[in-house]
Design a protein around this ligand. Structure first.
Ligand SMILES: Cc1cc2nc3c(=O)[nH]c(=O)nc-3n(C[C@H](O)[C@H](O)[C@H](O)COP(=O)(O)OP(=O)(O)OC[C@H]3O[C@@H](n4cnc5c(N)ncnc54)[C@H](O)[C@@H]3O)c2cc1C
Length: 409
């Protein structure tokens, strides 16, 4: 078995893991990033990043480079209720320069960060390598066991293991860290369609009697479409057949007539997001830290998951650097990591409860409440409370800045 020794082993090359390993590599830390997939166009993922992330990309000096990846600036997020704008979350009313969100395909973005990290000789990327076990003694994590696609085993010893391996986190389970799950009554069905030339596709949630349709612009010529269904009813949808699904969507949005019958031919083109909301009860222990979806799962309302994972990485970077520099060469103890959890957990919980409120507002069914919603929306969007919510959605609920003083160059 191959044996490797690093300072920090980061597991999972999603937005959280890529950002943390890049920041650590750039700060001179011997860092390894392990990802079970060979290629990064892994499971279907959301492409929307909040203005808070635009700011972080700028702070580390990579924003202009990222603009070489096909992307779109998103000036606002619109809620349309039976053909009428209910309200808009206007990023373009925020203070410049961070007054827009971005849609960027995840695979080239993640590859970009791995490529940047690989410029530092203290960074190693292990693609196609799954972590299968922890090396743990008396509740302290000393490293991990992984296996690559050829079946070769790897033992990695580290001072800290960062679990950024997503909502079904193996690291969380192996470390015995429990998770509290919330209730969520909806699931999303996602698929891509080509843009109809000349038609505008703003970031939008469209509410109709039959359900909710979500558009997320994706690159130059594609749109990601989401359809909200009651929880666990996807098998019924599939049973009725793709033609029935296409008819339902066209009834909601007649413009789709031009594109759906030709481009949505099978449920194989769709993926279901089983919407879950959850919080891991403890994010750190001796030698271990969790971030991103491994630490918390946000609902997809207002597109927060990517941004939360990246914000975690930025705060974790600062905490880990302080811990590594505080002397000694041993395992990083939980007491030096706890500040990260204490800072991030309440912020994530606040975002999750804001999302739950949005979901309740959008999923209203009773005709009386719907009338009230339509009457109050124009008043609501002029209140300071609405602007505060907009700022929290776009910029996050707390200050998150990259500590660039650790960068070696
Ligand atoms: C369909 C869909 C649409 C979404 N839309 C949006 C959106 O528009 N905006 C938004 O902000 N969020 C969105 N989200 C949520 C967002 O994608 C996640 O919150 C975000 O990806 C979390 O990042 P992460 O780095 O924590 O984990 P992930 O992105 O889940 O990455 C985890 C990585 O760990 C790897 N891994 C897992 N186990 C192991 C192992 N044992 N060994 C090695 N590697 C392992 C996985 O292969 C994966 O690459 C969406 C999610 C889905 C599923």
């Amino acid at each position: 078995m191959k044996i490797i020794d690093v300072d920090v082993a980061v597991v999972g090359a999603g937005p959280g893991g890529c950002m943390l390993s890049y920041l650590l590599a750039r700060s001179g830390v011997r860092t390894a990033l392990l990802e079970r997939h060979n290629r990064l166009d892994r499971e279907f993922r959301g492409y929307f990043f909040q203005p808070s992330v635009v700011k972080l990309f700028d702070q580390i000096g990579v924003l202009e480079d990222i603009f070489h990846i096909p992307h779109q600036h998103v000036p606002k997020f619109t809620f349309v209720d039976h053909g009428k704008t209910l309200f808009e979350v206007r990023f373009d009313e925020l203070e410049p320069p961070y007054n827009y969100g971005l849609t960027i395909p995840q695979p080239p973005l993640l590859e970009f960060f791995i490529g940047q990290a690989a410029r530092y000789s203290n960074f190693t990327y292990f693609g196609g390598t799954s972590v299968t076990d922890l090396i743990e003694e008396d509740g302290t994590v000393h490293g991990l066991i992984a296996q690559n696609h050829e079946g070769e085993e790897l033992e990695m010893r580290c001072r800290l293991l960062a679990g950024a391996d997503g909502r079904h986190s193996t690291i969380r389970k192996l470390a015995g860290l429990s998770q509290t799950m919330g209730e969520f009554e909806l699931d999303f069905v996602w698929f891509d369609i080509p843009k109809v030339p000349g038609k505008d596709y703003p970031l939008q949630i469209q509410i109709e009697d039959e359900g909710m349709l979500i558009y997320i612009p994706k690159g130059e010529d594609q749109v990601q479409v989401g359809w909200v269904i009651p929880k666990k009813t996807y098998p019924e949808l599939v049973k009725k057949g793709i033609e029935d699904f296409v008819r339902t969507l066209i009834a909601v949005e007649p413009d789709l007539q031009n594109v759906l019958p030709r481009h949505l031919r099978s449920f194989k083109q769709c993926s279901v997001l089983d919407i879950q909301v959850g919080m891991t009860d403890t994010w750190v222990k001796d030698g271990l830290l969790l971030l991103g979806d491994a630490a918390h799962i946000a609902s997809p309302f207002s597109g927060q998951g990517n941004s939360l994972a990246i914000q975690d990485a930025v705060i974790a970077h600062d905490t880990v650097m302080k811990a590594l520099e505080s002397g000694g060469h041993g395992i990083v103890p939980a007491e030096l990591l706890k500040g990260y959890e204490l800072y991030r957990k309440p912020a994530v919980a606040e975002i999750q409860s804001m999302q739950a409120m949005q979901a309740r507002l959008i999923a209203m069914k009773s005709p009386g409440l719907l009338r009230l919603r339509r009457m109050l929306a124009p008043v609501m969007r002029r209140t300071p409370l609405f602007h505060q919510m907009r700022n929290k959605i776009a910029l996050g609920v707390q200050r998150v800045d990259v500590n660039t003083s650790y960068f070696t160059k």
